[in-house]
Design a protein around this ligand. Structure first.
Ligand code: ZN
Ligand code: ZN
Ligand code: ZN
Length: 382
């Protein structure tokens, strides 16, 4: 890990290696070229962060050739400053056909082309028309192989992000909640994520009372009351890498009778057990669907099976949700240095719900849990 302008980031030397490996894996997979548009794949391979636009920016990797990035003329200086690794920069003028410029970097008889998953269809359709002899396939088959297994710098950035998110959970739990709206608390979460070192606050779920039974609830104008749970699911990015933590609080309003009822306490005990057992199961060599089955088995046995309505987890890195997915039917097996969430939840519709989420890295010596905030039900005055 290196620090640029006070921000932690990936050392520039890493990109040459990623480009080389992507070219190798593409070649081994039988692709004649890999076409990568603006987005996390481009950032992964070159460090270049750009906004997806109608004007085409595209990295072309063809096995055995030098990597080239095709950019609009007006973005040449941005690309020169942003692109790491050994990449030729080729520009197109406003009156040029950028797809023809891309085609010049693709081997003439290319038959199979891998294209980044996030590329706009407006670009893909033009590329398909220009390179009409080739079959287009998703580049995730090549790039997720690389991106799933994190290098030590990536793990360090994920850890810095996780610890920053941990601190924000602690600050929110220690502050006032009763009488404020979910939206007010969500704004505070976003400000605190930035104050604790995130480049960007990506999301802030604040789900109180009956809203806690909705896993992806948007913070609303509902006023938080004493004697109910609040689910906080928050995250942002550090050096491009995501944090994502969920903790469940119970706000008493300072009243002795304001604590959790017996049903919620039982629900939370089952959930806590499911989350910690699933985490313990997350080791290299274990099928991703097995980790899901561990959490689901415990929640089933506790009688809440029908109320656990989503997968157990998702990979995390430059994307907030990426491969591997911890879900029944997934064909992936955990490998060392894969990073993912473990986030079972139990939701009793119309009443309340709870979720516990950590980011975990599979390690030969056992699961490396990046989040350190307590997983107990946080009973606070609020
Ligand atoms: Zn989610
Ligand atoms: Zn989350
Ligand atoms: Zn998550």
């Amino acid at each position: 890990m290196t620090v640029v302008a006070g921000r932690p980031s990936i050392p520039p030397a890493r990109y040459a290696d990623r480009l080389r490996r992507a070219g190798e894996v593409a070649g081994e997979s039988g692709f004649d070229a890999l076409l990568v548009g603006v987005g996390p794949d481009l950032r992964y391979l070159t460090g270049y962060v750009a906004v997806p636009l109608e004007r085409l920016t595209m990295l072309v990797l063809a096995p055995g050739r030098r990597p080239a990035i095709v950019v609009p003329r007006l973005e040449r200086s941005a690309a020169e400053a942003g692109v790491r690794g050994d990449v030729d920069i080729d520009t197109w003028e406003e009156t040029d056909d950028p797809y023809a410029v891309v085609a010049r970097h693709v081997p003439p008889a290319a038959r199979r082309i891998a294209v980044s998953d996030r590329l706009w269809s407006s670009h893909l359709l033009r590329l398909q028309a220009t390179l009409s002899g080739a079959r287009f396939e998703p580049a995730s088959t090549v790039l997720s192989v690389l991106r799933m297994r994190k290098d030590p710098d990536e793990i360090e950035l994920l850890r810095i992000a996780a610890h920053a998110a941990d601190r924000v959970v602690g600050q929110i739990a220690a502050g006032r909640l009763v009488g404020r709206t979910e939206a007010e608390v969500a704004r505070e979460v976003r400000d605190r994520l930035i104050a604790e070192g995130h480049d960007e606050a990506t999301f802030a779920i604040v789900a109180s009372g009956p809203n806690s039974a909705s896993p992806h609830h948007e913070a609303s104008e509902r006023v938080i009351e004493a004697g109910e749970p609040v689910v906080l699911d928050i995250g942002g990015t550090v050096g491009g890498y995501s944090s994502d933590i969920t903790r469940t609080l119970w706000v008493t309003g300072g009243k002795p009778e304001g604590g959790p009822d017996a049903e919620f306490s039982r629900l939370y005990a089952v959930l806590h057990d499911a989350q910690s057992e699933a985490t313990a199961a997350a080791r290299p060599g274990v099928a991703t669907e097995r980790v899901d089955a561990v959490a689901r088995g415990i929640i089933d046995a506790g009688g809440f099976g029908p109320h656990f309505i989503h997968r157990t987890g998702h990979g995390i890195g430059l994307d907030g949700h990426e491969e591997p997915y911890l879900v029944a039917g997934s064909r992936e097996t955990l490998e060392a240095r894969m990073a993912f969430s473990i986030e079972p939840g139990i939701y009793l519709e119309g009443r309340y719900g709870a979720r516990i989420e950590d980011i975990v890295v599979a390690d030969e010596s056992g699961p490396d849990v990046l989040n350190q905030a307590s997983r107990d039900l946080l009973v606070v005055d609020g």
